[in-house]
Design a protein around this ligand. Sequence first.
Ligand code: FES
Ligand code: FES
Length: 161
Amino acid sequence: MTVEFNLNGRKVAAVGAPQSPLLWALRDELGMVGVKFGCGAGLCGACTVIVDGAQTRACQTSLADIAGKNIATIEGLSGPVFEAVVAGWTRAQAPQCGYCQPGFVTAATSVIAADQNATPESVLAQLTNICRCGTYDAIRDAVGLALETLRADARKAGGAK
Ligand code: FES
Ligand code: FES
């Protein structure tokens, strides 16, 4: 079947069996290689994308399920939340081998975008990704830094009114 959906703001089509994982279409057909294959079983989150605003495991999402939906991959993320997350990740020096990090950054961007007033604890509770390098302490710091940046920006914007 051919499935049409929006990918990073543009309309695309992917061809495959209805139950074929979205992950294959993104990587093999559409060149979104920032979306990683890790466990293939919905556990590690290396394949995390954002579907209509929600963090989603692309290895567990079928092509048939995404017709007409809005998919964002790390390649297409932008805006203040993503920039704050990336800056937090950079300052905290979170990546080690880096393989899992696009999934973490994508998941964190989705979670924080949904509630910029969230506590670091509540954001971390929603990050169920796995890192084989054990970067969890740095990721905790990165999330805290991203939230601080967004709050500082909000205060500045409020003060400027
Ligand atoms: S590859 Fe999808 S959750 Fe691990
Ligand atoms: S940084 Fe290596 S798997 Fe997470």
